[in-house]
Design a protein around this ligand. Sequence first.
Ligand code: MF3
Ligand code: CO
Length: 250
Amino acid sequence: MIELKSNREVQNIAGSGRIIRKIFKVLHPMIREGVTGIELDQKAEEVIRSCGAAGSFKGYRGYPATICVSINEEVVHGIPDKRRLMNGDVVSIDVGVKQNGFHADAARTWMVGGVDDERKRLIAVAKDSFDVALSKFRAGWRIGDLSEAIQVYVESQGFQVVREYAGHGIGRDLHEDPQVPNYGKPGRGAKIEPGIVLAIEPMVTAGHFAVETLSNGWTVVTKDRKCASHYEDTVAFTEDGFINLTGEAE
Ligand code: MF3
Ligand code: CO
């Protein structure tokens, strides 16, 4: 069942979203050769604590860290560890924050140093697929319209979208109905009504979209071990369109 949010509830999610913006602002300049996932995780935790909030991920189904750090062929749910980032690595940082009882969830993918045009393009296409899909949003759209818009854009750029993982409703729970796949057919699924809040999260692969989970039970990697990129924001739909609660400027 989809829970529609009141304005006040959306404001609470926005509050958590502001903390996520702050975390990205602090973490982005740390994405350099030599930094470890654990260092990034600790910094994120520090920011969250200084805001009097809580991380959404730690303890969620036993997840052991505050953020996910997914490197190169790792798509999502990479567990921060002692590996040092290297020039040319493609690193996705995913973070969830809960304040006043409401979650926000977002992810960014950045490249470490170096210049690699194809990797840069992979990163840009994940973010652009999000922007392109939302720029097309119209009243009366269903989830399938959003899903299809993401898929069509990504495939037009020569990349693929992961099938096994999807975006989701978000609010009092980190994962609520509905699911928001990154592939689909127009006109299918629930109507995107005012009061719906969605974490929309395209996961884009340079090679085939097939993924598998490593033996740690969490880290999702591409089967062909080619690079992946992940972009996610928490978006509230209103009478006047939508508000991105974790995106760049408010
Ligand atoms: N953004 C991801 C998601 O919505 C992150 C979840 S990590 C977990 O699934 F640890 F919380 F599972
Ligand atoms: Co999410």
